[in-house]
Design a protein around this ligand. Structure first.
Ligand code: FAD
Length: 392
């Protein structure tokens, strides 16, 4: 069976039929591109702990994947569903590769597109959409992750300028970025700034020893009295709602992306179970293996329906942050369970880098934590159900 036939066979409910021809074409383009430019190399990138972010960004830009769901300023203006399908195919190759695209488009570009001045949009969005400029998004701090309202990075007005001091931690793309969207506490609440990374006082170092998302660049940013002109502030961003709205965009991409990692694991495990024999028959012929495969295929299809529902709501302008929490919590949780279950089917080979499964499982540990941990999404849903906030 070819890999394309295998993917079609996993679509038990024929969910592809719910898509337009255009959506399927976009999916196939991304699938082809990752098959040629990412999959053959990503295990080595992962092992070496680095990926050619700048080269990949240019290729993703050429395909129109950066800021794909934004319109104007060189952005393609594709639908939310098309963007979701792209995230799924990217993450089927590697979560780190999907992360670099998500951070560029849904966090850094979206922040400028939604909250920036005309001048900021013209300066940054076309080159970011083309992948010529790389962006990052600094919200998390060493001592403030799930609770960004407690951030200690400060923005101090000084004449016409702003001066930023503090630090950001775990920032995707930071070590290679040209521009950083930095969130800092000003005199009247949280403010956003567009910071060229060459500004004196701005430094970003690569975080080493990661056991997850190794084919992605993650950095720590130090802001040592970074002086910026007034024009660097995002004029429309006032309060924590602004960065949180960017996170909603990125979380939406994760709802789809996690399914890609899970699908890749299931497809590899199914092939393996059909070809590997023990006790004189293929592993796939044992009822216990079929139980695992059936349950995983079920969760994958249910997760897909959930992602597609959210995507259609996003395209209709009616998707809410709580609904995105439902999608992120469910699909990442199920994806990581699928990855771990698939690992068991491969036995000892399941821990080998020759197969992608443990790489996906390890990557999904980061996906479970970033853009709101699973616990935080449970609390968001709990608040929606009860009207009581357990965390704010
Ligand atoms: C690979 C990677 C890339 C990242 N990229 C970015 C990026 O580009 N930009 C960015 O700004 N951030 C980024 N992050 C940071 C990420 O968003 C944070 O790690 C995340 O928000 C959690 O914060 P924390 O790690 O400080 O954990 P903590 O907030 O310290 O949480 C630790 C544990 O306590 C739980 N917990 C916390 N509060 C509560 C509560 N009230 N009730 C119950 N449980 C609670 C959490 O769910 C978690 O299980 C990245 C992280 C990783 C791992």
């Amino acid at each position: 069976m070819t890999s394309l036939d295998r993917l079609a066979a996993l679509d038990l409910l024929n969910l592809d039929a719910l898509h337009s021809d255009e959506e399927m074409q976009i999916r196939d383009v991304v699938r082809r591109m990752t098959g040629e430019r990412v999959r053959p190399f990503v295990a080595d990138w992962y092992e070496q702990g680095r990926a050619p972010v700048r080269e990949l960004m240019k290729e993703f830009g050429t395909l129109g994947l950066l800021g794909m769901h934004l319109s104007g300023y060189g952005c393609p203006g594709a639908s939310a569903v098309a963007y979701g399908l792209a995230c799924l195919e990217l993450e089927a190759a590697d979560s780190g590769v999907r992360s670099m695209v998500s951070v560029q488009g849904s966090l850094a570009m979206y922040a400028i597109w939604r909250y920036g001045s005309e001048e900021q949009k013209r300066e940054w969005l076309p080159s970011m959409a083309a992948g010529e400029s790389v962006g990052c998004f600094g919200l998390t701090e060493p001592d403030h992750g799930s609770d960004p309202a407690s951030m200690v990075t400060r923005a101090r007005p000084d004449g016409d300028d702003w001066v930023l001091s503090g630090g950001k931690m775990w920032i995707t793309n930071a070590p290679v970025a040209d521009v950083a969207v930095i969130w800092a506490r000003g005199p009247e609440g949280v403010l956003g700034f567009v910071v060229p990374t060459g500004t004196p006082g701005f430094t970003a170092r690569e975080i080493g020893h990661k056991m997850s998302l190794r084919a992605s660049s993650t950095g720590e940013i130090v802001l040592d009295e970074v002086r910026l002109p007034a024009s660097a502030r995002l004029p429309e961003a006032r309060g924590l709602r602004a960065p949180l709205s960017c996170l909603t965009q990125a979380r939406y991409g994760i709802v789809w992306g996690a399914l890609g990692a899970a699908r890749d694991c299931l497809s590899v495990a199914l092939d393996y179970a059909l070809s590997r024999e023990q006790f004189g028959r293929p592993l796939a012929g044992f009822q216990l293996t079929q139980e695992k495969l059936a349950d995983m295929a079920l969760e994958l299809q249910k997760g897909y329906l959930l992602a597609l529902h959210l995507g259609r709501r996003a395209d209709a302008g009616s998707m809410t942050p709580e609904q995105v929490s439902v999608g992120k919590l469910n699909n990442v949780r199920e994806a990581i369970a699928i990855a771990r279950q698939c690992r068991t089917i491969l036995g000892a080979n399941g821990i080998s880098g020759e197969y992608p499964i443990l790489r996906h499982a390890n990557n999904l540990e980061s996906v479970l934590t970033y853009e709101g941990t699973s616990e935080i999404h449970q609390l968001v849903i709990g608040q929606k159900l009860t009207g009581l906030s357990a965390f704010a």
